[in-house]
Design a protein around this ligand. Structure first.
Ligand SMILES: [Zn+2]
Length: 374
């Protein structure tokens, strides 16, 4: 049977209209009403595993006889970590979302997408008279810690970021990057000495090591663990656990108004970038021991909210068929970050606020809610 040409046209026109690409309107994130928690948190410990997606956690778990401290958390959530200008975020934009509560451009530190400074949790805690601390296995001017301290358009402005540490009064600082404080290219300042003049006890890896330092409870403390980036856990770096534990104990005794401590397992990301599964797993398991130790602290303390999350996943890691317990067949998909959601674990007063699925900026809002700041 021959179909008249006119009928073919009539049949095709609606299909053609349907096939036209329609401009999709991006949906605004759902603003969730948050219940006020039954108990207010006095202290907050925020642990960020850089590049720690669910596969990194699974790889650590199944390389460790099916056991992680993370399993002790009862409140879990998922966060959407896209940046304002790119679905695939970086540590700067994701760190800023968590630290300052704003979505921003990839590379931006502590500023919104309009480059205007946004106040961080660390700054607000300082302003409210709380004790504050940062412990990282990267340099102190790396993107994640910087997002809590500085306000610059680019994460590459490392010497500017170092100056921001002088403008704040963070009580406890441990991380690498000494050269950005003391061997500066852009000026002749010695920021480590300036910290001392401000009343800090300043020490570094050339003089001592973390478990051996003596702390003066009346003074702030800064310890540089490397000239630039600290080494890998596999290459005998071991300060993250003692420094994090020391930080929590020091900050608790340093101030009666509570404390805010940020600890970053920085190098899970670097293992992902290097597509090196054993690097990822060793960093992850070290970070999990830190989580376990700080969770014990929080359980004993009773007033500490502890949150564990990541900024993004790195490497597109997969655990492939044929894997067995403690013998995994892993494969990386990229040496960059991916856009997959990352988990959130919470324990302590206000922990229930962190269940569900939400934007990374909500972590900021929910910490503020748990502390009774809003
Ligand atoms: Zn990162």
């Amino acid at each position: 049977m021959r179909i008249p040409f006119v009928w073919i046209l009539i049949l095709l026109i609606p299909c053609a209209a349907f096939a036209q690409p329609r401009a999709k309107k991006e949906k605004k994130p759902i603003a969730t009403e948050l219940n006020t928690p039954s108990r207010r948190a006095k202290n907050v410990i925020l642990l960020i595993g850089d590049g720690m997606g669910l596969t990194q956690i699974s790889a650590g778990l199944y390389n460790n006889n099916n056991a992680l401290s993370l399993e002790k958390f009862r409140s879990t959530g998922l966060q959407k970590n896209y940046a304002s200008d790119d679905l695939i975020t970086d540590s700067a934009a994701a760190g800023t979302a968590i630290a300052c509560g704003v979505k921003t451009k990839v590379g931006a530190i502590g500023v919104g997408k309009d480059n205007k400074p946004a106040k961080s949790l660390m700054e607000e805690a300082e302003a409210r008279g709380m004790a504050t601390g940062i412990v990282v296995t990267s340099s102190l001017v790396d993107a994640t810690p910087s997002a809590f301290v500085a306000h610059v358009p680019s994460r590459d402005q490392k010497e500017d970021i170092a100056k921001s540490y002088l403008e704040l009064d963070i009580d406890f600082l441990v991380g690498g990057g000494r050269k950005y404080f003391s061997q500066r290219q852009s000026d002749a300042r010695d920021l480590a000495r300036e910290l001392e003049e401000k009343g800090y006890v300043v020490s570094d890896y050339t003089e001592s090591e973390i478990p051996k330092v003596t702390l003066d409870l009346k003074k702030n403390f800064a310890f540089f663990t490397a000239e630039e980036d600290p080494g890998k856990f596999q290459d005998s770096r071991s300060y993250l656990l003692p420094a994090s534990r020391l930080g929590a104990v020091f900050l608790k005794s340093h101030n009666s108004k509570g404390f805010f401590l940020m600890v970053e397992g920085s190098q899970i990301d670097w293992g992902g970038r290097a597509n090196d599964a054993s690097y990822v797993v060793t960093e992850l398991l070290e970070f999990d021991r830190v989580i376990g130790s700080l969770l014990e602290f929080a359980i004993e303390d009773g007033e500490t909210l502890i949150i564990v999350t990541a900024d993004h996943e790195t490497g597109g890691l997969a655990i492939n068929p044929g894997s067995q317990m403690n013998n995994l067949l892993t494969e990386f998909n990229t040496n960059a970050h991916t856009g997959v959601m990352v988990p959130v674990f919470a324990y302590g007063p206000g922990a229930e606020l962190f269940s569900g699925m939400y934007d990374n900026t909500e972590i900021n809002r929910r910490i503020r809610k748990a502390l009774g700041w809003e």
